[in-house]
Design a protein around this ligand. Structure first.
Ligand SMILES: Cc1cc2nc3c(=O)[nH]c(=O)nc-3n(C[C@H](O)[C@H](O)[C@H](O)COP(=O)(O)O)c2cc1C
Length: 208
């Protein structure tokens, strides 16, 4: 798959089943994550791989966090904890902020780019992925499970596996480029880009 096809055809998986990624594939995804754009090369990110039986350990931490809230119905607690085991493997992406002139927003943007690189590398390898919020991410239990320091936050986790045949992908609404992109004229006016949307969706011609 060429690079443009990879980034234009990636989709978020709706249900992930076995087989999960191999260890070698996970290492390639991690390597891709480390090539994210990174102002001053601060490396303001780190990653935690969770697979096999360790998923149950993570689920137990999420369950404890949900229970600690008090008053959540048992099915909700079970569903929330079950997010840790709904895919064969996952990679949590931690924004690991460094004291620097580089603003925190830029450091977090680098961590987000690392997460996207994981998704794209997975797609290039034929592995399906879904970038999801980490349940109970601000709780002491979940923060502890990922070993977060006070300078760290979770930007999400990327669930990995094989897209189930039984859960079709929803259509992705076409984006009209002229609605999201403008071009600056010499006088400073911002005008919508020329509204030819044939490339806004790979393989899908959109008329305006
Ligand atoms: C930081 C972040 C967190 C997200 N968390 C969730 C989530 O918890 N649940 C969910 O269904 N989608 C979540 N999404 C959205 C999906 O990853 C995905 O982008 C969206 O479903 C659109 O699908 P597509 O990537 O195939 O266009 C999140 C996206 C980002 C960037």
């Amino acid at each position: 798959m060429d690079a443009l096809a990879c980034l234009m055809t990636r989709r978020t998986a709706t249900r992930l089943v076995e087989p999960g990624p191999t260890v070698e594939q996970i290492m390639i995804m991690l390597g891709a994550a480390t090539t994210a754009p990174d102002h001053k090369m601060l490396r303001p990110w780190r990653f935690v791989v969770v697979r096999s039986d360790a998923r149950a350990t993570l689920a137990a931490a999420i369950k404890r966090a949900a229970e600690a809230l008090g008053g959540l119905p048992e099915p909700v607690i079970r569903k929330t904890a079950g997010k840790a085991t709904r895919s064969p493997a996952l990679i949590a992406v931690v924004a690991s902020r460094v004291g620097s002139k580089v603003p925190v927003a830029e450091q977090d943007a680098s961590a987000a780019a690392a997460a996207q690189n994981i998704c794209l590398a997975a797609h290039a390898l034929g592995v399906a992925s879904a970038w999801k919020s980490v349940p109970m991410q601000d709780s002491a239990e979940v923060r502890g499970a990922f070993g977060l320091t006070s300078d760290e936050v979770l930007v999400g986790w990327v669930e990995l596996g094989t897209q189930a045949d039984t859960a079709p992908l929803p259509a992705r609404p076409a984006v009209r480029l002229a609605q999201v992109a403008t071009e600056m004229e010499v006088d400073g006016t911002l005008v919508p880009v020329a509204a030819d949307d044939r490339i806004s969706q790979f393989g899908q011609v959109t008329t305006v």
